[in-house]
Design a protein around this ligand. Structure first.
Ligand code: ADP
Ligand code: MG
Length: 321
């Protein structure tokens, strides 16, 4: 059985070492060396761990190492997008199952490399372990904040318009949760078009209801009205025979759009005066209010309080897996 050193040697050979932008020393030493950007922008740092049996199902044969690699990179890229940043370098730590460790490492690395290359991200280091347990992968991704500063969760203001970048719900039954598309380009466009009028942003990993609550809480106990007839519902919810669709139809689909996890679309808050500067293809779904809490407003204009908060790994409130 190949040891960890052989696997690392193979990974190193896969990753070109020359001309890697801000990465002046990548895989091969005790640390990597990253240059300072010459325009004084701050670094963004994010990290996300994925576990077999929880975030993907490789042992049971449902997902391949390549699918896992792609998802692991994409969810981290999505966090950089949520701050409107530019990703630069990734650090990958893996605990590989003993059986088949080399083949898994190869497929995983190929997929990580491919996903990283789409966004000019360098694989700049990591850690490799082989063990008796299932696959665990953690990626730490660094990136640069945009000109004008990162877009935080805490900047929403009363009267802001709330947008999402795409249709929501049904990512588990369809398997879409394994292939998120990080909205880096859109986030960059939003920041360029809106500048300081882009007040707050988050990527939707836990459902619109739950993630919008993060913005509301971080922005000082604000609230929001969500206009149900304007929330884009993903066709996955109709294409696949979900248990809920069978039970209850459109109302249930709306619940999924609000509470399913892992859509990885962006949710962002914009100054209403800047509406004309918005790029195409985004969906206005609500408005920030001074009154705390989340309310659903139907086409009849009637509002009802909404208490559910999206997927939570600890409470398992809406575990659709
Ligand atoms: P150390 O024992 O000093 O931590 P390692 O032998 O773990 O060094 O790693 C050697 C080099 O290989 C380091 O540059 C490390 O960042 C890199 N590396 C190890 N595993 C991975 C991996 N899975 N992906 C990318 N780089 C890796
Ligand atoms: Mg090590």
């Amino acid at each position: 059985m190949p040891g960890e050193f052989e696997i690392i040697d193979w990974i190193r050979a896969q990753v070109a070492q020359a001309g890697q932008g801000l990465v002046s020393l990548g895989i091969g030493d005790d640390c990597s060396l990253i240059n300072q950007p010459d325009d004084n922008r701050k670094w963004l740092v994010t990290t996300d761990m994925l576990l077999d049996g929880r975030h993907f199902q490789m042992q049971s044969g449902q997902h391949s190492p390549a699918q896992v690699g792609r998802k692991a990179m994409a969810v981290n890229l999505s966090d950089i997008a949520a701050m409107a940043g530019t990703p630069v370098a990734a650090f990958v730590s893996v605990a590989l199952p003993k059986a088949d460790s080399q083949s898994i490492a190869r497929q995983l690395t190929e997929a990580l490399k491919a996903e990283a290359a789409k966004y000019q991200v360098v694989l700049a280091g990591g850690d490799t372990n082989v063990w008796d347990g299932p696959l665990v992968i953690n990626i730490t991704l660094i990136g640069l904040e945009p000109q004008g500063g990162a877009v935080l969760r805490s900047g929403a203001r009363q009267g802001d318009l709330v947008f999402v970048s795409g249709p929501l719900g049904g990512s588990y039954p369809s398997g879409r949760h394994m292939r998120p598309i990080p909205r880096l380009r859109l986030a960059e466009d939003l920041k360029i078009c809106l500048g300081p009028d882009l007040h707050a942003m988050i990527d939707l990993s836990d459902g619109l209801a739950g993630d919008l609550r993060h913005i509301l809480n971080e922005s000082g106990a604000l609230g929001a009205d969500l206009f149900t007839h304007q929330i884009p519902i993903h066709t996955d919810l109709y294409d696949y025979q979900t248990e809920v669709q069978n039970q209850a139809g459109p109302e249930a689909a709306m619940e999924h759009a609000l509470c399913d996890g892992e859509d990885f679309e962006l949710c962002f808050c914009v100054d209403p005066a800047a509406l004309s500067k918005l790029p195409q293809g985004v969906f206005e779904v609500g408005r920030i209010t001074k009154e705390p809490g989340l309310r659903l407003v139907g086409p009849d204009g009637l509002a009802r309080n909404y208490h559910r908060g999206g997927f939570d790994h600890f409470r398992k409130e809406l575990n659709t897996r």
